[in-house]
Structure formats: C-alpha cells, structure tokens
Design a protein around this ligand. Structure first.
Ligand SMILES: CC(C)(COP(=O)(O)OP(=O)(O)OC[C@H]1O[C@@H](n2cnc3c(N)ncnc32)[C@H](O)[C@@H]1OP(=O)(O)O)[C@@H](O)C(=O)NCCC(=O)NCCS
Length: 190
C-alpha cells in the first residue's frame, strides 16, 4: 500500500474556512468564525490541524486545548467523518498531549458527552480516568458530561509514555496508509 505523509500545523487565519467545515461536519457548529478567531488570537490556546503533506486545503483532523494555570483543558478533538477509524484521532490526541507537555503543563482534562463512546474509548486508551460528572451539561439535549483527567504529564516518565504512544500511533496510521515521519518531534509552523 502506498503511504501518504501527514503534517501537523498550528492553524492560522488561512485555515479558518476548512476549520469551520470540519466543525460543522463533526459538531454541527460548535464554535463560530469569531470563536475560532478568538482562539487564534489567544496566547493560551493551541489549535492544531492534521493535513496531507503539501495539501493544506484538506484538513483531516483538528484539536485544541487551553492552557489554564498548570492544566491543559482539551476543548476539541475532531476527525473528518470520511477519515475516522484510521488512527487520526489518536494522532491528534498524541500531538495535543505532546504540546501540552512541551508547555510544561501538569495535567490534561476535558468534558465529553456520556453517549460519545468513540471519544471516551479514545481518551481511556490514552490513560484518561473519569474524575466526575456534570449533570445536564449540554444545553442542546440536557446530556451529562463526563469529566476526564490525565495527570502527571510534567514528570520525565511521561516522556517514556509519549514515546510508547508514538510507536502505537505510527503503527496504527501505517495500517491505513498514513505516515508521520517526524511524529513526536513537532514540526509545527505558525
Ligand atoms: C472521537 C474521534 C475524534 C475519534 O477519531 P478517529 O480518528 O475515528 O479515532 P482513531 O481511528 O484514532 O481510533 C482511536 C481510538 O478511538 C476509539 N474509537 C474510534 N472509533 C471508534 C468506534 N467506532 N467505536 C468505539 N471506539 C472507537 C478506539 O479506542 C480507537 O482505538 P482502537 O483503534 O485501538 O480501537 C472521532 O470519532 C470524531 O471526530 N468524532 C466527532 C467529534 C467528537 O465527538 N470529538 C470528541 C469530543 S471533543
């Protein structure tokens, strides 16, 4: 099977059209254009995108976290529905955690719908534990949110964990014909 190289990039204004399309496809419109512009302008927000190398117009996946004190609050992990189930979600989560680690943060946390079994399975696979539940957190349908938590990412031993995840992520991507040559050595442009 031929492999296609992927690239990870910090998203910029020029990507916003593709970002809004992906938001619409995955969440039905979670954030507005102004919302994403605020993210781009915020020093506390990391908004990353995964592309086919050399083809920036096609955004395959995106992820975002806010740095709040010593915490990485993951706000978005989204993969184009056409490309789900190919390892891109775990690649994006890997990059978010790797970037949070580079920022010197101590833990990662997020909220997820209790019905979102795919996402919960993804986060659990990467060591997140349930820390609590927010009742009727989602206004659209009154669904509860699970609060998930991954601690101790500031310690040197988390680098070992990241290296193991890198191998796992690369192997999974390769099965679907994707490759990230410099995974773990973030080659982000801004
Ligand atoms: C959740 C999401 C990001 C997963 O991305 P993906 O690229 O499909 O996931 P991957 O192929 O990398 O799979 C990683 C893990 O996710 C879980 N997963 C993915 N698809 C799954 C499915 N259909 N059923 C159960 N678990 C699933 C599994 O644990 C999987 O690991 P495995 O392959 O070893 O079983 C993707 O489904 C998505 O974008 N959903 C819509 C947006 C969303 O709900 N985001 C999360 C809330 S912010």
């Amino acid at each position: 099977m031929n492999t296609v190289n992927l690239e990870i990039q910090s998203l910029t204004e020029q990507h916003l059209g593709a970002v809004l399309e992906l938001d619409q496809a995955c969440f039905g419109g979670l954030w507005t254009l102004e919302g994403y512009q605020r993210e781009l302008g915020s020093p506390n927000s990391d908004l990353l995108g995964l592309y086919c190398a050399g083809s920036e117009l096609k955004l395959l996946a995106m992820g975002c976290f806010w740095s709040i004190l010593e915490e990485a609050h993951i706000t978005i992990v989204a993969v184009d529905p056409q490309f789900q189930g190919q390892g891109l979600g775990q690649a994006m989560l890997f990059y978010l955690l790797s970037t949070a680690c580079d920022r010197g943060l101590e833990r990662a946390t997020l909220e997820v719908r209790v019905s979102n079994v795919e996402a919960i399975s993804l986060y659990t696979k990467f060591g997140f534990k349930t820390a609590g539940r927010r009742r009727r957190y989602y206004q659209d349908n009154g669904e509860d949110a699970l609060i998930l938590w991954l601690g101790d990412i500031q310690y040197p031993k988390f680098q070992t964990t990241l290296a193991q995840w890198q191998t796992l992520v690369c192997d999974r991507l390769r099965l679907s014909g994707w490759q990230i040559p410099e995974l773990g050595n973030n080659n982000q442009s801004s």
